[in-house]
Design a protein around this ligand. Structure first.
Ligand code: NAP
Length: 250
């Protein structure tokens, strides 16, 4: 559906769930994809799937909360792909589920480190690389919880709201330089992140919160993300795009 022939892309957290679906779709559409994840095994599994399909990818193990590792990831993409054109800052964690007055301090720091600092570190090194490439496009994966609250998830909600503001600001700074930057806000999506944290009863409860009557799929998030990365979205920058089955319409 999209044409990413000749483009090099980085997807973080691409060893699972939403990031994996995005990496597969970008590669299927012709991009050379750096499949990055803290879990090297998971990244290599996705690379093998892409190569089995006759497309191009390379794995890179990086923890997005480590700025040095993120800088090395961007250098790797430039060295292997010739230049960096596309990036999806997707890696994220759920974190502890507790009210603010009882929220564990180490859990707070960990969620902010991965879900907010990780996105900043990504753009901090991707943007100069895209300037060297003559332009590019970035999508930062936020959440519906980038615009509404959710009880017992204060660190996650704060980080995802932060991603939306960070994205708007970076887009104001770099859109004139040919780098479009947007954020995506998925509703609840069927991925290992949810399965790791919730039982079936809780998953059914979440589905009922979406007027569309179910939770979403990673492929539905990938379709929007790839559109925003593509030239079809040439006038779209600095905005927050929901893919949420009407969750936030209520
Ligand atoms: P997932 O299935 O758990 O995949 C996330 C991947 O990121 C995993 O492979 C994970 O590795 C990796 N990761 C975790 N911490 C990392 C770090 N510090 N550096 C690099 N990689 C790291 O999660 P998902 O559901 O696809 O979520 C992807 C993104 O979508 C996240 O930003 C999440 O907040 C967002 N999102 C998800 C939903 C949802 O309902 N699923 C809804 C809205 C937004 P490990 O498995 O080893 O931790």
């Amino acid at each position: 559906m999209f044409d990413f022939e000749g483009k090099t892309a980085i997807v973080t957290g691409a060893g699972s769930g939403i990031g994996e679906a995005i990496a597969l779709e970008l590669a299927a559409s012709g991009a050379f994809v750096v499949v990055s994840d803290v879990d090297e095994h998971a990244a290599n599994r996705v690379v093998a799937t892409i190569m089995d399909r006759g497309k191009r990818a390379a794995g890179f193990a990086a923890d997005v909360s480590d700025p040095d590792a993120v800088e090395r990831m961007v250098k790797f993409a430039e060295a292997e792909g010739g230049a960096l054109h596309l990036a999806v800052n997707n890696a994220g964690i759920g974190g502890p589920q507790r009210p603010v007055g009882e929220y564990p301090l180490d859990g707070w720091r960990q969620v902010i480190d991965v879900n907010l600092h990780g996105v900043f570190y990504g753009m901090r090194y991707q943007i100069p690389a895209m300037e060297r490439a003559g332009g590019g496009a970035i999508v930062n994966i936020s959440s519906i919880l980038g615009s509404v609250g959710f009880a017992n998830a204060s660190a996650y909600v704060a980080a995802k709201h932060g991603v939306v503001g960070l994205t708007k600001t970076a887009a104001m700074e770099y859109s004139a330089n040919g780098i479009r930057i947007n954020s995506v806000g998925p509703g609840f999506i069927e991925t290992p992140l949810l399965a790791k944290n919730l039982d079936q009863e809780a998953l059914d409860g979440l589905a009922s919160l979406h007027p569309i009557g179910r939770i979403g799929t990673s492929e539905e998030v990938s379709a929007l993300t790839c559109f925003l990365l593509s030239d079809r979205a040439s006038f779209i920058s600095g905005s927050y795009h929901l893919v949420d089955g009407a969750y936030t319409a209520q």
